[in-house]
Design a binder for this molecule. Sequence first.
Ligand code: PEP
Ligand code: MG
Length: 322
Amino acid sequence: EKSKLNRLKDTRATTLDGENVNLLANIEGPKDLPQVKAVGSDGVGLYRTEFLFIGRDTLPDEDEQYEAYRAVLKAMPSKPVTIRTFDVGADKALNGNQGRNEPNPALGLRAVRYSLAEPKMFMTQLRALLRASAHGRLQIMVPMLAHAHEIDQCLTLIEKAKTELRAEKVKFNEAVPVGGMIEVPAAALSLGMFIRRLSFLSIGTNDLIQYTLAIDRSDESVVHLYDPLHPAVLKLISGTIQAGVRFGVPVSVCGEMAGDPAYTELLLGMGLRNFSMHPAHILGVKQQVLRADVGELAPRVQRILKMDEPARVREAVERLGS
Ligand code: PEP
Ligand code: MG
């Protein structure tokens, strides 16, 4: 089965009815590149940059970050590489941060909140990202956005970094796309303010499920309640994909759901065309895409979205794949 899948490496992920689908990789750093290349990924959909310094005591400086980002871009010539700004806090704690003793880390100073609270650290990362943008198709992505003013502050800091680099005569891509993650329910319910400000969206189902269902994703005692098929979760995901289609803004899913072949037909039927996942899942998902007919799936998925009885939803989703 594995070698059969390997033969799909250079096959374009196109559905039976001719829809092109992009299968991108989630990575934690340049160390993952050999695996990304081995499966013929269409690019990097999520580079989790916090892994550059988790478990160390000092932050990587601008040059060290630049080298890591550039290495990924160089390895993926002409393919999109979406690099996410630091998503620290909660399940990705910084060494020096453990003493902070937050009452509720998942709801605390994490991700973009942390970056905006540490503008010096954030500016260092933004400068490194912009410098790397000269070497490929870099896109910058911001995690955990909920408020319009958070996006505006990020865009202002990016402009500030650009102004600095211009003054220093350092090359970068003036038109580097800036996107945001949709992983807080409030964001999925107020998409207009995201679409007006950003070039692309990526749905982080891991956190979106955690926050929609009010279950800590790292708490073993509630894992049985972590349900990607909860009707509320499905509404938020499909609403985001559909808004992207309607307004012509690219949307991807980069949470674990994108890499689970049990959900491939469901997401295709919702209109999703960009899936980002651990590289180990790319060929299995590609096999599902090659067997799918989205023209046939879309109306069936519309009916699933109207169901609110979990057992029926589950059964109908299982039938999509058969
Ligand atoms: C997500 O939340 O779905 C996601 C992709 O980000 P992370 O798992 O790194 O929080
Ligand atoms: Mg997340």
